[in-house]
Design a protein around this ligand. Structure first.
Ligand code: COA
Ligand code: MG
Length: 282
């Protein structure tokens, strides 16, 4: 998944547009984008949308962001939507791998009730929204075989620690605590064998800022990014798609090692290329 677009699950108009925007995945949100008074209305809309979309060829993947596990909402969320067969569930404000494990067990039961294949509902967790999670990121490694992606969030973390802001004066560069959260998410995802997904860029009219942030994310190893607005999807898809030159160079590296199976290191146009580069090329 290069792009994952949030769609508030109680908003029928946005749901109606969702599938035609070109996002690799949609995240039907039952959490922060839906007010408490609208949660009950949002659940059946999400379930109905998934039921309608599931058989369609070429559709985006569909995830549902449920409410956090320290609320009394998430169990109803799971009960209402999992039976319709979303590709996955997004877990916000995760506190540790134990939350992923708890969710995984609830998904087991919901899948069994609905006659879905066990383990078919994947999990993408947001692992930097609570300070306690920041202190035990290692617990996500091995937390569930459902774990597909890890991502990070800066808004709830900023609120939790009482930050005045999380961006520098240029309104683009993350301040130090949020760079730490981002970077640790990347390492945690690599350790957990999960897809590292960059967080949202909230200033949805600033295409250039978004593009820069996407480039930095790709440079560092993130392989996708969440979006909040349709206009962000094309930029994200473009930047997270390897260029023809990058693909050709990777194929060249793989080819050189295939032709020289005993070589540990080779030279390509004056650059040392070793097995680490070959792994990256693959
Ligand atoms: N998914 C689907 N369609 C969306 C959309 C989204 N996330 N965001 C906007 N649209 C639609 C609008 O309905 C509008 O449709 P129209 O042209 O038929 O009227 C069109 O795209 C252009 O939207 P625009 O007027 O530029 O934005 P807005 O003021 O309507 O909405 C937001 C701005 C931020 C409220 C909206 O983008 C949004 O709800 N984003 C998702 C928020 C969310 O889920 N947050 C939780 C995770 S952080
Ligand atoms: Mg939030």
């Amino acid at each position: 998944m290069r792009s994952m677009l949030f769609v508030p699950a109680d908003d029928e108009k946005k749901l109606g547009k969702g599938a035609s925007i070109g996002a690799d995945a949609l995240i039907l949100d039952l959490e922060d984008a839906v007010s408490l008074s609208r949660k009950a209305a949002a659940r059946p809309l999400a379930a109905q949308y998934i039921t309608e979309m599931r058989p369609r060829a070429g559709r985006p993947l569909i995830y549902v962001r449920i409410n956090a596990l320290d609320t009394n909402l998430w169990e109803e969320d799971v009960a209402a939507v999992v039976g319709s067969g979303p590709d996955g569930v997004m877990l916000p404000k995760a506190r540790s791998g134990a939350d992923v494990h708890t969710l995984s067990i609830a998904l087991n039961m919901a899948e069994e009730r609905a006659g879905l294949q066990a383990g078919s509902t994947r999990i993408v967790a947001i692992i930097t929204e609570t300070p306690v999670s920041m202190l035990q990121l290692n617990t996500y490694v091995g937390s569930s075989s459902r774990l597909e992606g890890l991502t990070w969030g800066a808004e709830d973390l900023a609120a939790a620690v009482g930050a005045r802001t999380n961006r520098e004066a240029d309104n683009r560069t993350w301040t130090s605590p949020y760079r730490l959260a981002r970077d640790l998410c990347l390492f945690t995802a690599a350790a957990a064998n999960a897809q590292p997904l960059d967080t949202v860029y909230v200033n949805f009219r600033d295409d250039e800022g978004l593009r820069n942030e996407c480039r930095e994310a790709v440079r560092d190893g993130f392989t996708g990014k969440m979006a909040i607005h349709p206009n962000q999807v094309a930029v994200i898809n473009e930047v997270f798609t390897p260029t023809a030159e990058e693909i050709a160079f990777s194929e060249e590296i793989i080819g050189v090692f295939a032709d020289n199976p005993d070589a540990g290191v080779v030279a390509i146009r004056g650059n040392m290329i070793d097995r680490a580069h070959a792994a990256r090329a693959e």
